[in-house]
Design a protein around this ligand. Structure first.
Ligand code: PNS
Length: 163
């Protein structure tokens, strides 16, 4: 049984993430989407909220599970007996950071955790959680970036409405 983890902040999940989740779920028997509980960051959504949002957004993908983790990804992966991390690559600007992360994880895990990259579909290449938050903060339209129920939750957080 081939299992993989897709780790990330997912604050909030975008259509770009969902595209990677869908495609990875067609490659692996089980895909665990895991939300990083990063105490150094002040997220828009709590880990619990992000997990709930991801569960709702992936409810039609039966082999996708949603979880959360704290600390190092290699320790979480070892605990769960996972050996492949999936990450999406949008543009060359992602590459340097992702390469470093992948190589660091491989080295730290002594080869037990490898990374597989999927290139983001072109229609989502421009998307990022931070730009979605900024647009929503100023009341712009994020309807093409995130599912409707996620957009509603984001506007509610900022107390803004689509202009
Ligand atoms: O969605 P993001 O914020 O780009 O995801 C980054 C993530 C969660 C994959 C990465 O920050 C991570 O794995 N953090 C956990 C701590 C860790 O293992 N760091 C790697 C050692 S440098």
């Amino acid at each position: 049984m081939k299992r993989a983890v897709y780790p990330g902040s997912f604050d909030p999940v975008t259509y770009g993430h969902l595209d990677i989740i869908k495609r990875a779920s067609e490659i692996f028997d089980v895909l665990i989407v895991s939300v990083l509980n990063n105490k150094d960051k002040t997220p828009l959504f709590s880990v619990e909220e992000r997990v709930k949002i991801l569960r709702e957004a992936t409810k039609d993908m039966p082999n996708v599970e949603v979880d959360s983790f704290s600390g190092l990804l290699i320790n979480y992966a070892a605990q769960k007996d996972l050996h492949i991390a999936v990450r999406g690559l949008r543009a060359i600007t992602d590459f340097e950071y992702e390469l470093q992360l992948a190589q660091m994880n491989r080295k730290l895990s002594e080869g037990r955790l490898d990374t597989m990259f999927l290139t983001t579909s072109l229609e989502y290449a421009y998307l990022s959680s931070s730009s979605v938050k900024e647009i929503a903060y100023f009341g712009g339209d994020i309807g093409q970036c995130v599912p409707d129920f996620v957009a509603d939750l984001i506007y509610k957080k900022f107390n803004t409405n689509q202009s």
